[in-house]
Structure formats: C-alpha cells, structure tokens
Write a protein that binds this ligand. Structure first.
Ligand SMILES: NC(=O)c1ccc[n+]([C@@H]2O[C@H](COP(=O)([O-])OP(=O)(O)OC[C@H]3O[C@@H](n4cnc5c(N)ncnc54)[C@H](O)[C@@H]3O)[C@@H](O)[C@H]2O)c1
Length: 427
C-alpha cells in the first residue's frame, strides 16, 4: 500500500492524530471540529497563556464555549502544548498562524516561515501538512515546499502538502467551521486525495481545486471592493443630501443582479483590510498594479476620518468645537457581537478625535478594557447619565445587545455610522 493510501485508510478509521499550529480564532474551532469528528488533536501554540488556559479548560475564543472544549478534552481528544517537538506525534498538521502586514503594508509571512521550520524539525514519512492561513498565491509551493523537501523527504511520496484556506466568520450564528464549504488544493494529486480524506469526516462539503490561495484572496477582495463602493456611495449621498441607507435598501429590492453591502466606519479584523494587500503585493512583483484593490483600500481607510468630520459637523451645529467636547464611542470591536479589536476602525476614530482635543470615552459590552499606544481605556457603563453627559455619541459597532432605545432617548447629538438606530431614530 502506498504512503498516501495508508494515511487515507487511517483517516477513514479516525486513526489519525492531528496537530494544529496556532490555537486562535481559526485554529481552535478547527481543533474542536476535528475532535468532534473522532480525531485526537494536539494543539501547539507559542503562547504559554493560550496553552495553559486551554489545558485548564478555558476557551479564549468567543465562538468556542468551555463546554465544547470540555467535551473533546473529556473524550481524551484534545491537548495543548508549547513543545513543538511533540508535533512528531501528529500524522496531519494544520497551520493556523497569523499573516499580518508589515509596517509598509507588505505581507509578513514570518509566522508561516516559523511554523514551517518547526515542522521541518519533526517531519517524517507519512505526514500531511496543510496551510490554513490566508496568504498570497505561491506561498505553499515557493516557501513551504522547498523548506520541507530540504529534509530529503519528497512531496506526494513521503509527505503530503496542501493549502486549505479557513473561512471562519467569528460571531456568525449560522456558518461555522463544519458547515462552511472548504476549498482544498494539494501540491500533487495524492496530496489532494490525502487532505480530502483527512478533512472529510469533520467538514460537510469539501471543494477540491488545483489552486486555492487565489480563491481565498478573491473572496476577501470581493468584500473589500464592494464595501469600498458602498462607502463611496455614503460620501456621494452625503454630498447630495440623500439618505444612503434608504438608497441601498431600495436598490436591494431588485431580485437579481444586486447584492447588498452596507457602508460603515471602515474595515476591521484580521482579514478584509489585510488580505487584498497580499494579492496587490504579489502582483507588484509581476509588474501589475491592482487598481480596484488599491482604490477600495484607500476609500475604506478614509472612512474613520469621514465619520470624525461628521462628529465635528454635528458638534458645530450645537455651537461646539471638537476640542474640549466629550464624545462617547459606542462599540469598539471591529464588527458586531464579537470582542475582536484587531484593525478596528474605532481605534482610528478615537485617535483622530483625541488628536483634535476631544475627551473620548467608550462603551462596548464585549470589550471591557483595552490598551492602545500606551493609553489604557475602560468601558463606561451605558446609562442615561453617561449618554446625556456626552456632547456627542458616535455609533461605531452595531452590537445587537446595545440598548439603542436608551441611546435614542438620552443621547444629545448622535452620529450613527452603521444606521443602527434606524432611519426613524436618527437625530
Ligand atoms: N480571524 C478570522 O476571522 C480569520 C478568518 C479566516 C482566515 N483567517 C486567517 O487565519 C490565520 C490565523 O488567524 P487567527 O485570527 O486565527 O489568528 P490568531 O492571532 O487568533 O491566532 C494565531 C495563534 O497562533 C499562535 N502562533 C503565532 N506564531 C506561532 C508559531 N510560530 N507557532 C505556533 N503558534 C503560533 C499565536 O500565539 C496565536 O495564538 C490568518 O492567516 C488569518 O488571515 C482568520
């Protein structure tokens, strides 16, 4: 029996041990799903805090409850470690490490390189390696493959290498890791066969393709470009004195050829503001300028300044300047009903308001405190007094559990970047 067929047979019998590198928003839900499917999972993370927390039964990822974690721990199917050498025990290793941008907005694949080095030290015949992190086309073949083959082992023969981009949408009540179709691509046909067999027990629908890195980047660029378009419509409608949300809602009644996107304070999170730059960077190396991507990035990045101007205009209407005014920011997470602050436009809005001399406080039921540029913030309770005490309230994140009625009743001046209060509630 070939090495590939042997691993496929073991996957079918759930006799495969998975290793997951990086136990964050992506890695932990994947680990739980694989555990549910009957696989034993060894989670490896460089963060002692993350590993200790998980081994003590505490999930640090909001979409995963302590009870879900307990279920697979009690079944003896999950264990976390900071010891990378233990990945030798794993038959399949999924890499879920961050892929941020450098200071100059170039891809920072150093985490993928570090994870690859960790694997290189333990790679043995019969292992499958799957990259889950979002990255530019060519990363698996150009960076990971030569590093792994430098061990003397041959891809498709001794070990298997695949890319399968995670599509997790934190806070989504309907689509989670298991019921979101998963795109998979292998370096060789046997790599693809192996990765399909490995993920098939845990994921409802697999979509095998020959190239996958570009698929993920198209998905996220599609969102960035369309959000850029509606954000431009927000600016256009503002200049026209037209209600952009009414325009969008009416356009969305067209049953074909239109897909609804909503304007807002700008992009946030670890994906949409970052991933398109991976593609733009790759194309610059091929002498091609990705104009849509760049333009959408510019428009989305300018939105915090647009909303800060709206605050200034609203204060001006009441005879006040931004300097010295008290501004209450509602919601700092990058999107509703989650606690993730990464790349949140609220951080830009706070920085810009403070830069103009405003006294900024915030309320966010999901983010009790945070630190930014050495400045510590703590969430203010949302009460009639705090609302009435603010010269202006700006809604940045439209969490479902915020008391918008209270905001409507007690806010003196309200700027609503999400239309969370609804058109009738606008002041
Ligand atoms: N968060 C999302 O919504 C989302 C959705 C789809 C895809 N992605 C992609 O998934 C990847 C991971 O994102 P995330 O949000 O899970 O990140 P995260 O920051 O939540 O988790 C990453 C984890 O990896 C650990 N880590 C870093 N370097 C490591 C190393 N060398 N070895 C072992 N562990 C290491 C960190 O300590 C951290 O716990 C990124 O490429 C991201 O673009 C994220």
């Amino acid at each position: 029996m070939s090495v590939a067929d042997d691993l496929i047979k073991k996957a079918q019998a759930r006799d495969v041990r998975f290793g997951i590198i990086g136990l964050g928003y992506v890695g932990l839900p994947l680990a739980i799903e694989l555990g549910h499917a009957g696989f034993k999972v060894l989670g490896y993370d460089v963060s002692q805090r993350v590993v200790d927390g998980l081994n003590a039964g505490h999930s640090h990822v909001k979409d995963i409850s302590d009870a879900q974690l307990a279920a697979i721990r009690e079944a003896g199917r999950f264990e976390a470690t900071t010891d990378g050498s233990r990945l030798r025990e794993a038959d399949a290793i999924s890499i879920c490490v961050p892929t941020p941008l450098s200071k100059f907005k170039d891809p920072d694949v150093s985490y993928i390189v570090a994870a690859t080095e960790t694997i290189k030290r333990v790679l043995r015949p019969g292992q499958a390696i799957i990259l889950e992190s979002t990255t530019y086309p060519g990363t698996t073949r150009e960076i990971m493959l030569p590093a792994l083959e430098s061990t003397g082992l041959k891809v498709g023969q001794d070990f298997f290498l695949a890319f399968s981009p995670e599509r997790v949408d934190p806070g989504n009540p309907v689509y989670q890791t298991k019921n979101t179709p998963k795109v998979v691509g292998g370096i060789t046909p046997d790599c693809l066969r192996v990765v399909c067999a490995l993920y098939q027990p845990a994921i409802d629908v697999l979509v095998p393709v020959s190239t996958t890195e570009a698929v993920k980047l198209l998905e996220n660029t599609f969102r960035s470009v369309n959000i850029g378009l509606v954000n431009e419509m927000a600016i256009v409608c503002d200049k026209l004195g037209v209600d952009v949300w009414e325009v969008i809602d009416a356009a969305a009644t067209k049953p074909f050829g239109f897909m609804k996107f909503s304007p807002g304070p700008g992009l946030g999170g670890h994906c949409i503001p970052i991933d398109p730059h991976y593609l733009a960077w790759k194309m610059r190396g091929l002498n091609y300028k990705t104009r849509f991507i760049d333009l959408a990035g510019e428009l989305n990045t300018e939105m915090p300044a647009f909303w800060v101007r709206k605050v200034a205009d609203a204060l001006n209407e009441t005879g006040k300047a931004v300097r010295g005014s008290k501004v209450l920011v509602l919601g700092v997470a990058y999107k509703k009903d989650i606690e993730d602050l990464r790349e949140s436009p609220a951080l830009d809005i706070i920085r810009l308001l403070e830069g103009q001399g405003a006294q900024v406080a915030y309320h966010d039921p999901y983010v009790p405190k945070f630190e930014e540029d050495g400045h510590r913030f703590a969430s203010t309770p949302l009460t009639a007094e705090t609302l009435a005490g603010a010269d202006c309230v700006i809604v940045v994140t439209d969490h479902s559990n915020l008391d918008y009625d209270l905001v409507r009743r007690h806010g003196r001046v309200i700027v609503d970047s999400r239309n969370a209060l609804g058109r009738r509630g606008m002041k």
